[in-house]
Design a protein around this ligand. Structure first.
Ligand code: HEC
Ligand code: HEC
Ligand code: HEC
Ligand code: HEC
Length: 505
């Protein structure tokens, strides 16, 4: 084997310009090695910065700003959930009065608190204040008063795990909503999703763990990618308040699809309320984002909620998770284009096209359901008996359950377009079957004409028709917000202040 040095020397002798090439190459190599070393040092320094611990965080620390001292980037992006500047075609972070936009919904919920007030969701930063403001929580005059149980607070605040550990889970649920106003003060935040020492994702709400356990699944052993959806499934799911103790329960024992949850409720003979017009035993679907998402293509391909709603961001060479949870359409570059090549416009119009089509059939189902409730009321007034009405009322219950499941998850028409369309299609079929049944019942009671339908074209008209005295409800709420709430909030602020001076939980 020829000696390389000798070989090179001989070559340089033959061609002196080669010496400059070797010299240049050496300098380049030294430069690149240096650059590489400096990047390693920089990344190490950044990692140190990212993991540095300034404050020791207790297991039930609910004050987001305290966590924010350790994790400023995540905290700053989390604070942006308070922004209210980006409506999208159907969703976005602004306040929208759904009952005003679509008064049919007030009729569909007649007899239930949702008919008084229902707003589209906005950012997590408002979770606590929006419950104060809503007419659904009424106007309690003292801590033992008011229409809602403590359970109502469960998906609003990191104060919840703190209070559950202090008071016990079932006591937390069965108390009055009013009793906890001075305790639940921090909006959805770090302790809801993170274990404080390792910052790993955790499930802080027992209802989710219990629901999976009843199906034989230990959800605390879920994979990392599953956890990136399960932290959301603590709240963005269908649930009900079980029994006298109002124990928060997810109806998943038979499965998570519409028919399995319906079978669960039917077997338990459960209904959320009796409809004020039709007297049908109704179910209210809450916000079944997680369940309906599971039936879509992205879920099938292993994409998690956080992939679109909490994409990665980069700042000063540091990659971190964007905690500004919002409509992904307000951040298509980071939310979609990491996986898709299409332009922003193309991706946005793909989403809108699906939402438009679902909206079209959704309104058809609503029209059919509104008529079914009104016609049922008319049949009762004409003297129909319980036995005559039973079939129609069962169909109304089943149709509206599907409508609510399809509509109450505000991302459904994109998350799982086909399943959402199926729910609405079956809903339309059942609502029309109820109406045919009602024609028969009316005939049995000697009525053979079309049922006269009132004008329900505005929220005001719809609410008046179902017997709500909105003036009175609003006046009571104003009085609560002016005279009672500030005192309770003051009490909460003083407790937080005392923590500040004593150095935390
Ligand atoms: C502790 C309960 C809870 C958890 C956990 C939670 N959410 Fe929410 N989420 C809510 C509530 C309550 C609202 C409505 C707040 C309001 O309107 O005041 C909401 C609103 C939203 C909105 C609407 C925001 C807007 O700008 O309109 C999105 C999107 C959302 N959540 C996605 C998620 C995702 C994704 C996760 C998991 C990474 C998650 N949420 C985890 C309770 C929760
Ligand atoms: C609704 C759930 C949720 C809330 C609320 C939340 N996080 Fe996160 N956080 C996540 C998810 C999901 C990730 C990504 C974790 C992963 O994939 O490993 C994450 C990641 C992180 C990380 C790891 C580094 C990174 O950026 O990926 C830190 C640190 C962090 N969050 C801090 C915070 C702080 C501070 C708060 C409160 C201001 C907070 N988080 C609130 C869900 C949440
Ligand atoms: C983590 C990767 C990932 C992200 C982020 C992502 N997608 Fe996808 N998307 C996929 C995969 C994988 C498929 C399925 C492709 C297949 O199997 O043919 C898909 C399919 C789709 C489809 C066709 C599926 C259907 O239902 O017919 C649309 C439309 C779509 N994505 C839009 C979006 C939009 C809009 C966003 C952002 C809000 C987004 N995607 C974010 C990975 C992703
Ligand atoms: C592939 C991307 C993608 C994934 C994954 C995804 N979403 Fe969405 N989500 C969207 C899009 C797009 C919308 C529609 C936004 C709009 O209309 O402005 C949406 C809407 C929503 C909304 C209503 C937003 C608003 O502004 O009111 C909520 C809540 C929501 N998603 C929660 C979830 C939850 C919980 C999961 C996981 C179970 C999830 N999403 C998974 C893309 C995604």
């Amino acid at each position: 084997m020829p000696n390389f040095k000798w070989n090179l020397a001989e070559r340089i002798q033959k061609n002196p310009r080669l010496a400059w090439v070797v010299f240049g190459a050496t300098i380049l190599v030294v430069f690149l090695v240096g650059l590489f070393a400096s990047t390693i040092m920089e990344r190490r320094a950044e990692a140190l910065y990212a993991n540095r611990t300034l404050a020791k965080i207790g297991p039930f620390e609910s004050r987001n700003a305290v966590w924010g001292k350790n994790h400023p980037r995540e905290y700053e992006s989390w604070k942006k959930t308070a922004e209210m500047d980006k409506p999208t075609k159907y969703n976005g972070n602004t306040v929208r009065d759904d009952l005003a936009e679509d008064p049919r919904m007030a009729v569909l919920w007649a007899g239930y608190a949702f008919s008084k007030d229902y707003k589209h969701p906005r950012g997590h930063a408002y979770a606590v204040t929006d419950v104060h403001q809503s007419l659904r929580t009424g106007a309690p005059t003292n801590e033992k008063d008011g229409p809602q149980p403590g359970t109502c607070w469960t998906c609003k605040s990191p104060d919840v795990p703190r209070l559950m550990s202090k008071n016990g889970i079932s006591n937390f649920y069965k108390g009055k909503w009013a009793a906890l106003v001075s305790e639940v003060v921090n909006p959805i935040g770090c302790a809801d999703c993170h274990e404080p020492n390792t910052m790993s994702l955790q499930i802080s709400r027992p209802a989710l763990v219990e629901a999976f356990a009843r199906r034989g699944v230990d959800v605390t052993k879920a994979s990392h990618q599953e956890m990136r959806s399960l932290v959301c499934a603590q709240c963005h799911v269908e649930y009900y308040f079980k029994g006298e103790g109002k124990y928060l329960t997810f109806p998943w024992d038979k499965g998570m699809d519409a028919e399995s949850m319906e079978a669960y409720y039917d077997t338990a003979k459960f209904s959320d309320w009796k409809h004020a017009l039709s007297k049908a035993p109704m179910l209210k679907a809450q916000h079944p984002d997680y369940e309906v998402y599971q039936t879509g293509l992205h879920a099938r391909r292993g994409v998690a909620c956080a992939d679109c709603h909490m994409p990665y961001r980069s700042e000063g060479g540091q990659k971190f998770t964007d905690h500004h949870i919002q409509s992904p359409l307000n951040n298509i570059a980071a939310s979609c284009q990491v996986c898709h090549r299409e332009s922003e416009d193309e991706l946005r119009s793909t989403v809108y096209a699906r939402q438009d089509k679902i909206q079209e059939i959704r309104l058809q189902l609503e029209d059919a359901l509104v008529k079914a409730h009104l016609e049922a009321k008319f049949a009762w007034d004409k003297g129909a008996t319980e036995a005559q009405m039973e079939g129609a009322l069962g169909l109304i219950r089943a149709a509206q359950w599907r409508w609510d499941l399809a509509v109450a998850g505000h991302g459904n028409s994109f998350h799982s377009t086909v399943e959402t369309a199926r729910l609405i299609a079956v809903g339309i079929e059942k609502a029309q079957a109820a109406r045919i049944e009602l024609v028969r019942v009316l005939a049995q009671n000697g009525y053979h004409q079309a049922v006269p339908l009132p004008d329900l074209s505005t929220k005001e008209k719809a609410q008046a028709h179902i017997g709500l005295n909105m003036g009175e409800l609003r006046a009571q709420k104003e009085s609560f917000l002016k005279n009672i709430l500030p005192k309770w909030l003051q009490k909460g602020a003083e407790r937080e202040q005392a923590l500040e001076s004593s150095g935390g939980r």
